[in-house]
Design a protein around this ligand. Structure first.
Ligand SMILES: C[S@@+](CC[C@H](N)C(=O)[O-])C[C@H]1O[C@@H](n2cnc3c(N)ncnc32)[C@H](O)[C@@H]1O
Length: 205
């Protein structure tokens, strides 16, 4: 899909994302994951700032999204949560940061959107300090045959409507990218994955 069209799809959803309709399990997973964030944090595709309530107080967040409407909501959320956040409007797939720029890189529900998720996973390992943390909460294809068949059937329609692919194999993408996964949990018939990882080899969790 053309970038401009994808951005408009997310612009239109900004108010819904800001309305805090996360199911309680999603809120619990965000809290569980983000308690491990520290130092200089890069959050990819921040949306309406749904993670801001869960960051430890001392972190400094750089957060990117290509939807101005999402960023307007994220700005309000950062101020309500007293989070130090620099918000950047950019296509994160085209963005470059210097190697080893961040202590923590966070992505929640963003790898469903990228044109090239494998490249994105490789990039964030470069941007993260070697002893840094990569914290992911992502959704993708279920391991259950009936659920995955439905996901495959609905994927073209849902991508057009909400801009998210339903069929990404998140754990395989992690392995293929060389991500060093320290711990992971899968939920809801393996559709949701919480991953604590690093680009290096040290056990930090
Ligand atoms: C499914 S929403 C998730 C938002 C947020 N991370 C959350 O957990 O609620 C996906 C977000 O990714 C953004 N996005 C998708 N592709 C992007 C890209 N290439 N660069 C920057 N932002 C992107 C969209 O604008 C949208 O805000």
């Amino acid at each position: 899909m053309e970038r401009e069209k994808l951005i408009r799809i997310f612009d239109r959803q900004a108010a819904r994302y800001a309305s805090n309709k996360d199911p309680s399990s999603l809120r619990r997973w965000r809290r569980q994951l983000l308690s491990h964030a520290e130092g200089e944090v890069l959050e990819l595709a921040v949306g309406a700032g749904a993670n801001f309530p869960y960051y430890p107080a001392e972190v400094k967040v750089t957060a990117a999204d290509f939807s101005e409407e999402m960023l307007a909501e994220a700005r309000k959320k950062a101020s309500a949560c007293n989070i130090q956040a620099e918000l950047i409007c950019t296509d994160i797939e085209k963005m470059e940061f210097s190697s080893h720029s961040f202590d923590t890189i966070v992505s929640t529900l963003s790898f469903c959107c990228y044109e090239n998720p494998l490249d994105m996973l490789k990039k964030i390992q470069r941007w993260c300090r070697p002893d840094g943390r990569i914290l992911l909460l992502e959704h993708g294809i279920s391991s259950n045959f009936f659920v995955s068949s439905t996901q495959r059937a609905l994927n073209p329609l849902l991508y057009k409507m909400i801009g998210c692919h339903q069929t990404r194999d998140i754990l395989k993408l992690g392995r293929d990218s060389g991500l060093n996964v320290h711990r992971s949990e899968s939920h809801w018939l393996n559709m949701f994955h919480i991953i604590w990882a690093s680009p290096g080899t040290e056990e930090i969790f």
